[in-house]
Design a protein around this ligand. Structure first.
Ligand SMILES: [Zn+2]
Length: 142
């Protein structure tokens, strides 16, 4: 199935908000809450991970129709332009300074014209026109 948006933490982690809304029974429906819970479970299993923050700039890219970053631990945590953060479920880091291209909306629109999720990819430095040219070369309808 192809989605009609470029996916991020909301869709992949089934969370609704970035931070807890303190609604009883819904504390784990935020990205922060789900991350806290996952890292706590890893610690219970003896893994030496902690939730910690990094404000070092880290570039977002789009892979198979999802926004993500390349974490230093080799995991690829999800992000989104709306939230601007990426929480790593591998090493516990919370990247708080994810860098998106100014034209992220146009980039998403052009990629969403591609019917197959695995063809929705963007790397920093590729322009909207580059993506349009790729679409034309592959016969994607505008
Ligand atoms: Zn990581």
């Amino acid at each position: 199935m192809s989605h009609t948006v470029i996916l991020g933490p909301r869709e992949h982690h089934a969370v609704r908000t970035l931070h807890d809304e303190h609604v009883p029974g819904f504390a784990d429906r935020s990205y922060s809450g789900a991350h806290d819970l996952a890292i706590a479970k890893m610690k219970q299993h003896g893994m030496r991970v902690d939730v910690h923050e990094s404000d070092a700039p880290i570039a977002a890219r789009i892979n198979d129709g999802s926004w993500l970053v390349d974490c230093g631990c080799r995991n690829a945590p999800l992000t989104s332009p709306a939230w601007g953060v990426a929480y790593c479920f591998g090493c516990g880091v919370r990247h708080t300074n994810v860098v998106f291209p100014d034209e992220h909306g146009a980039i998403a629109s052009v990629l969403l014209e591609r019917p197959r999720m695995e063809n929705r990819n963007w790397f920093p430095g590729e322009s909207v026109e580059d993506l349009r040219a790729q679409n034309r070369a592959h016969g994607v309808e505008e």
